[in-house]
Write a protein that binds this ligand. Structure first.
Ligand code: ADP
Length: 285
């Protein structure tokens, strides 16, 4: 059974939206004279009832943020924006900062706020030009400083914190594969951890690719055991404080993943008061 801290039904989303009205006004006021770290790009701070959801996914490397965030983005009709993907696109483009980024990423370190915010604002700007409204952010913010910068430019409605024990995270990172053609994520790890000392058993079947992707699978260069351990250490040091940061703002929803997608996905939807057939319109109500 998933241990879920829930907002009381039926108003999970309207609850977080209510919290926002006050905080956004304060943030907007306190930041109106400060130069924006987002440079020229200003995210339009819109009333939550006039835009799509603005959610953040938190969770250690390998927890499955990308998988769940991407499924939710399809369901809600909002873009899934993963800063890790933006970094990897920049690496693949061999642009001017690619060499510097390769070194940082392959050591499991964090990219500077300046670079990551520049990549994110470019992505948001391009999305806005296409008429995108709302987002699910995955991998940003990763530090309190990034969260403060984000708060200065827009409002986050809800932060979903996915959790798994560390031993499972390492196995999952090492089992991660990406289709070099379609970009979809898969996982060849078969997780079967017996429950002991009060902690529940964790069983996850591999998430295998369709035969069309099978011969195109690649492993991320930063998914080696040494680098994964460093990323987990950095996550615990720099990103975990975000849990308290958003908990104190009443925006954090914690979700322990009890198993693989077939078990956890319906439970996550239930915790979010969504169902497979909910389209975006019913969430906006
Ligand atoms: P993970 O599986 O560790 O969550 P991601 O795909 O989110 O990895 O990110 C890959 C790498 O991209 C990170 O290790 C880091 O170097 C860089 N990165 C991604 N997002 C950020 C961010 N918000 N701040 C700094 N660096 C980031």
């Amino acid at each position: 059974m998933a241990a879920v801290t829930r907002f009381s039904k039926p108003s999970a989303i309207s609850h977080v939206r209510r919290c926002l009205y006050s905080s956004s006004a304060v943030a907007a006021e306190s930041n109106q004279h400060a130069p924006s770290p987002f440079g020229d790009y200003k995210i339009t701070r819109r009333n939550p009832s006039e835009r799509n959801v603005q959610w953040v996914f938190l969770g250690s490397p390998g927890v499955g943020k990308g998988t769940y965030a991407s499924r939710l983005s399809n369901l809600l009709g909002v873009p899934h924006i993963a800063t890790g993907d933006l970094v990897r696109e920049e690496l693949a483009s061999s642009g001017p900062i690619a060499k510097q980024l390769t070194e940082i990423v392959n050591q499991g370190k964090l990219v500077s706020d300046e670079i990551i915010i520049s990549l994110l604002s470019k992505r948001l700007k391009a999305g806005e030009a296409k008429g995108e409204s709302g987002f699910i952010l995955d991998g940003f913010p990763r530090t309190i400083n990034q969260a403060e910068i984000l708060k200065g430019v827009t409002d986050i409605d809800l932060v979903v914190n996915l959790r798994l024990p560390e031993s499972v995270l390492i196995e999952k990172c090492l089992g991660r594969r990406i289709c070099g053609q379609c970009g979809k994520n898969f996982n060849v790890a078969s997780i079967d951890v017996k429950g002991q000392n009060g902690s529940p058993a964790i069983c996850m079947a591999p998430l295998l690719p369709p035969s069309s992707c099978m011969s195109k699978l690649v492993t991320r260069s930063d998914d080696t055991e040494e680098v994964v351990k460093e990323r987990l250490r950095i996550y615990n040091e720099k990103s975990q404080p975000l849990e308290d940061y958003y908990r104190n703002q009443g925006k954090l929803m914690e979700f322990n993943l009890p198993g693989g997608i077939p078990e956890s996905w319906p439970k996550l939807l239930e915790a979010l008061n969504l169902d497979e057939f909910d389209e975006r319109q019913s969430v906006a109500a």
